[in-house]
Unconditional design. Structure first.
Length: 242
C-alpha cells in the first residue's frame, strides 16, 4: 500500500512539472517592463502609463490660455498696396510715408482712419459751436484744447452764441503722414458744407448767414502714440484754407 502511494504521488508530481513547463512556454514570462493596467482613479501624484516611443515629432500644447502668442508680423507688400488703394499714387512721397506708418503700426488702415476722422470732425465742429468743453477735451490735444477753450470763453464774455449745422463732408483726403519716435501724424484735408451764424446777446446776427451754405476747407492733423494700446487719435493742429 505504501509503495503504491509513493508511485502515484511521484506520477502526480511529474505531471504537475510538465504542465507548468508547457504553460510557461505558451504564456511567456514577465520581464518587469509590462504596461501597468489603466486605473481611472489614479491620483495626480501617481504616474499614468506613457505612450510607446515613435519616430513622429511631438507637438507641444500651450501651457494654459495665457501662453505667449507668436510675434505679429508686419503687413506684406501686397497688403500695403491694397490698403493704399487710391489714397496715394504709387511711389509718391505720400505713399512712402503711409507705408512707413503701416510698417510701424500694422493696424493702421487709411479707409478706417478716414471714417473715424470724419466722425471726429463733425463732433469737434458741433461741440465747439455748443461750447461742449468736456467732449472737446477728449478729442483734442492739450494745446489745441487751450485755443478752443479760449475762443469759447471770449464768445461767452461777449454774450454771443454760435449756431452751426454741418450739411455734410464732401471730401476727406489724407495729404501728409509721418512717424516721429513713437508718435504717428496724419494730416487730412476736409471740404465740407456748413451753415454757421453768430448771434449777440439780443439775438441779432453779427456774423454769418442762417440761410447760406458755405463751403469750408480745413486742414487738420491727428496724432497717436503707436506704442500705446489706446487706439484713439487726437487733433493736434488746425489750419483753415478759406
Amino acid at each position: 500500500m505504501s509503495e503504491a502511494f509513493d508511485i502515484y504521488t511521484l506520477l502526480f508530481l511529474v505531471l504537475a512539472v510538465v504542465i507548468f513547463i508547457r504553460l510557461r512556454n505558451v504564456l511567456g514570462r514577465r520581464t518587469g517592463n509590462e504596461r501597468q493596467p489603466f486605473d481611472p482613479y489614479t491620483t495626480p501624484d501617481q504616474k499614468r502609463p506613457q505612450a510607446p516611443e515613435t519616430n513622429e515629432p511631438v507637438v507641444a500644447l500651450p501651457r494654459g490660455r495665457f501662453a505667449p502668442l507668436p510675434e505679429a508680423t508686419g503687413p506684406s507688400v501686397e497688403d500695403i498696396e491694397a490698403r493704399l488703394g487710391s489714397h496715394a499714387p504709387k511711389d509718391s512721397p505720400l505713399a512712402r510715408s503711409l507705408t512707413q506708418l503701416m510698417r510701424a503700426d500694422p493696424s493702421f488702415d487709411p479707409n478706417q482712419f478716414l471714417d473715424g476722422a470724419k466722425t471726429a470732425y463733425e463732433m469737434i465742429v458741433m461741440s465747439f459751436a455748443e461750447g461742449d468743453e468736456a467732449s472737446l477735451k477728449q478729442l483734442l490735444s492739450a494745446e489745441v484744447f487751450e485755443g478752443f477753450e479760449s475762443a469759447i470763453r471770449e464768445r461767452e464774455t461777449r454774450g454771443e452764441k454760435v449756431e452751426s449745422n454741418l450739411v455734410g463732408i464732401n471730401k476727406a483726403d489724407i495729404i501728409e503722414s509721418d512717424v516721429k519716435k513713437n508718435t504717428a501724424y496724419v494730416t487730412v484735408k476736409f471740404v465740407s458744407e456748413l451753415v454757421s451764424v453768430t448771434r449777440d446777446a439780443e439775438g441779432e446776427v453779427v456774423e454769418g448767414d442762417p440761410k447760406k451754405v458755405r463751403e469750408v476747407t480745413d486742414i487738420w492733423t491727428f496724432a497717436r502714440d503707436i506704442s500705446s494700446k489706446n487706439p484713439n487719435w487726437k487733433l493736434v493742429a488746425t489750419e483753415s484754407a478759406n
